[in-house]
Design a protein around this ligand. Structure first.
Ligand SMILES: Nc1ncnc2c1ncn2[C@@H]1O[C@H](COP(=O)(O)OP(=O)(O)OP(=O)(O)O)[C@@H](O)[C@H]1O
Ligand SMILES: [Mg+2]
Length: 292
């Protein structure tokens, strides 16, 4: 069963799409079956995956609004070796139309159920806002990966995002958790970056990925070639850092699976009850009244 990760931060331009596309390509290169869902009307992840957003037969809009079979909306040929449900600006109107549905937060989760077992990882690229599209992504997700630029207001935005995740967890998705916080566009010549990075580690400990994504021009150039950086410049530091992030996530998941297995094995097994003879009176049956 797939792990569904929403890549979210209401702050714009922090590297959500870059992370989504390059992490998807890195996991796919490691033989994982990956689906990327573009849930941003900007359609940047769609274009960066080599799919033309101006020429879409089906997109996430049809899944969310028309209730179209999600299988028909998956594009299985991208430049990154993963599948994608693309998006374009139609999704802006769709966000408003979502309000007409009584159960509007679970449109994506319910649709995704039909294909989630076909994948190891589903990554959802969220728009830069805590709107209904992001809420749908968070309701469909097991966890949230938060890309964060190490700058002055970043921690304030993070607090708001964590509050939202907590609220959603309490109200609608009790298992939702923060998958990890990823430092992006990191500039090690910048003193402020180092200070914010240190604050993050102190406040959030293991939730902060060890992998840091540096500022790297190849990561910025690759989308204009409609490719993840891995297929544009495989030796760039940007490519290598996203491969390292994928490896870190896989390693964490293996450890977690082992912990779960050990916990399950340590639980006392339920005692098997001997089968009741078929002639035994049912406990639910009323006692026979003795004849007078
Ligand atoms: N590590 C990096 N090094 C250099 N440039 C980067 C890096 N990560 C992202 N960029 C560039 O920064 C810009 C913003 O990145 P991106 O589109 O991934 O952010 P986003 O959070 O998805 O933005 P939005 O909130 O608008 O959806 C893009 O031009 C992208 O190419
Ligand atoms: Mg984006």
């Amino acid at each position: 069963m797939a792990k569904v990760i929403a890549i979210a931060n209401q702050k714009g331009g922090v590297g959500k799409t870059t992370t989504c596309v390059n992490l998807a390509a890195s996991l796919a290169a490691m033989q994982k079956r990956v689906l990327l869902i573009d849930s941003d009307p900007q359609g940047n992840a769609t274009m960066a995956s080599g799919v033309n957003k101006f020429n879409l037969q089906n997109s996430i809009t049809q899944v969310l609004i028309d209730g179209k079979d999600i299988r028909e909306c998956v594009v299985d040929k991208t430049s990154g070796g993963y599948h994608i449900i693309p998006a374009n600006e139609d999704l802006t109107a769709a966000e408003v139309k979502l309000l007409d549905f009584l159960v509007r937060e679970f449109r994506l989760k319910n649709a995704l159920a039909a294909i989630v077992d076909n994948y190891d990882y589903v990554l959802i690229d969220c728009p830069p806002s805590l709107n209904l599209l992001t809420v749908n992504a968070m309701c469909a997700a097991d966890s949230i990966l938060v890309p964060l630029q190490c700058e002055y207001f970043a921690l304030e935005g993070l607090t708001l995002l964590i509050d939202t995740v907590d609220q959603l967890a309490r109200a609608v998705n009790p298992n939702l958790k923060i998958e990890g916080i990823l430092r992006t566009m990191y500039d090690n010549r910048n003193r402020l970056s180092a200070d914010v990075s240190q604050d993050l580690e102190q406040s959030f400990g293991d939730l902060v990925y060890k992998t840091i994504i540096p500022r790297n021009v190849r990561l910025a150039e690759a989308p204009s070639y409609a490719k993840p950086a891995l297929y544009y410049d495989k030796n760039s530091t940007g490519t290598k850092s996203y491969l390292a992030l994928a490896a870190e996530i896989l390693e964490k998941d293996v450890l977690e699976a082992k912990r779960h297995a050990a916990k399950a094995a340590a639980q006392p097994k339920a005692k098997a009850h001997p089968a009741a003879p078929s002639t035994a009176p049912s406990a639910a049956a009323p006692a026979a009244t003795p004849s007078a």
